[in-house]
Design a protein around this ligand. Structure first.
Ligand code: UDP
Length: 473
């Protein structure tokens, strides 16, 4: 089919000064970071670094791009962010690829020729729009399977293409290999491949082009900026999560202006002001297992400790490239509705407003800080930014030992890992243990924050990516 042009859209990001990191890094690390960033800007003069993905908000990739691009821009690198245009049918196909890459087939089948045709048709239309924007010599970082099919045309156009996968599994099965086979023909010409961890590297790409860059969080974004207890409570009240009257629920926007939480979350009933809470923040996705969290809490936490569960995620219609959210939300609500009322009333399912992503981030920030225990009971996880976010906030975490979570949490030192993600009893007893032993919980949280400072903050990532891009130009 002839490629008519798609409506790719640009996500605007202002600059974030790298000086924010000066005191957090200490003298030596700061001077290494600042020097690397200055050198990067000089090398990239005259070229644009384009990031291309499939959603401007919702999920870890959007979070990462929104955090990192502003720092490169602030040192003078012309880095930009484009979001491809896809039909619901295209996103059904790419969601299926995503699930297959995690070893699960949503409909029991492999990818069909019709699904390949849908995939290629949409990306063909996007290519037509992208080649008008990109110049030969520019660099494009294409994120995830949604963009793999863009590699051949952009490479032929003279663009240096880095394809980055944010997903993967430790033990590939036939479904995973089938998805690799589907994607590999598009990828062979890429200049470099980036994976989040070594275990995720496919059989296909030759070693010299493979790079490992672990994701990171930005300590100063609206999602992670420091927030005192009073502000936390005000933000949770203003969003309707905590009972009580509204006060001044303010936060600091990335551009330095004051923001205010005005929109309310869509939820059943608010938490009592002094509730002890267990929190999971995630998109409504089967692999995040919100139904399993609900059952684990009902069966193995609620009978032992007086606490609440909060499952928070974005408004279901807000994440463009994820068509399954409504269905998963329905499922978890059903699980909750079936419970005895005494337990049910202690489970709060909240859809957080997404009209203003910084307002959403401020609510997530407050919720994570207010949590007595943060859980991430994923069945599979590329990296799991929510884990790093909670650890940075000094929260004790109980998470499945899957994917990138294992790189972040050292079991019983900076959090608790559950070996089998389906083990509801083990999950529940770990949560109960922390709720009953606040001192141990605090010690885990303190160590967790230090670990994030050492390994998972933006400067490390910015330097690694700068080095890779520099090596290509
Ligand atoms: N997130 C958010 N608002 C929500 C739910 C999630 O901002 O209502 C964010 C969350 O804080 C994290 C990202 O979305 O920064 C999810 O990234 P993660 O790596 O945990 O999972 P992914 O969605 O990429 O699978």
């Amino acid at each position: 089919m002839a490629a008519t042009r798609a409506q790719v859209h640009a996500v605007e990001t202002g600059p974030s000064p790298i000086e924010r990191y000066r005191s957090l890094l200490g003298k030596e690390a700061w001077s290494q970071f600042a020097g690397a960033m200055r050198a990067f800007a000089v090398k990239l003069r005259g070229r644009v670094v384009w990031n291309v993905n499939s959603a401007g908000r919702g999920g870890g990739v959007a979070e990462l791009l929104a955090a990192l691009i502003p720092y490169d821009r602030s040192v003078g690198v012309d880095e930009r962010w484009l979001v491809i245009d896809g039909t619901p049918e295209f996103f059904q196909v790419t969601k299926k690829i995503h699930m297959l890459l995690h070893g699960v087939s949503p409909d029991g089948s492999e990818l069909s020729p019709a699904e390949r045709a849908e995939y290629e048709d949409t990306l063909g239309r996007n290519t037509a729009a992208l080649v008008e924007l990109m110049k030969p010599g520019d660099v494009a970082v294409l994120h995830d399977p949604q963009t793999a099919g863009l590699v051949p045309a952009l490479t032929s156009h003279g663009v240096k293409v880095i394809w980055r996968s944010h997903v993967g599994v430790d033990q590939p099965n036939d479904m995973v290999r089938g998805a690799w086979r589907f994607l590999t023909p598009y990828l062979t010409k890429a200049s470099a491949f980036v994976f989040s961890r070594k275990a995720y590297v496919w059989d296909g790409p030759d070693g010299s082009r493979v790079h490992i860059i672990a994701p990171c969080i930005d300590a100063f974004s609206t999602k992670n900026q420091d927030m005192d207890g009073h502000t936390v409570a005000e933000i949770l009240r203003a969003s309707g999560i905590l009972s009580g009257s509204d006060g001044e629920a303010t936060f600091l926007r990335n551009d330095g202006t004051a923001g205010r939480v005005r929109r309310r979350a869509d939820l059943t009933a608010p938490l009592p002001i002094d509730a002890r809470i267990v929190v999971q923040v995630s998109r409504w996705d089967r692999l995040k297992d919100p139904s399993g969290v609900t059952r684990g809490f009902a069966q193995h936490v609620a009978p032992h400790v007086d606490s609440w569960l909060v499952l928070a995620g974005p408004t279901v219609t807000s994440v463009d490239d994820d068509p399954e959210q409504s269905e998963i939300l329905r499922e978890v609500r059903h699980v909750r509705d079936e419970l005895d009322s005494r337990v049910r009333d202690r489970i709060l399912i909240a859809q957080l407003p997404m009209d203003d992503t910084e307002e959403n981030a401020a609510i997530v920030n407050a919720l994570q800080r207010r949590a007595d225990v943060v859980v991430q009971k994923s069945l599979a996880e590329g990296f799991g930014l929510t884990v790093a976010e909670a650890m940075w906030k000094g929260r004790p975490v109980v998470a499945s030992r899957v994917g990138g979570i294992e790189d972040q949490v050292e079991h019983e030192r900076s959090g608790i890992l559950i070996d089998d993600p389906q083990d509801l009893k083990g999950f529940g007893s770990a949560v109960v243990g922390l709720l009953q032993d606040p001192k141990a919980a605090e010690a885990l949280g303190t160590e967790a924050r230090q670990l994030i400072i050492r390994k998972f903050l933006a400067p490390r990532h910015l330097m690694e990516q700068a080095e890779l891009i520099t090596s290509l130009v």
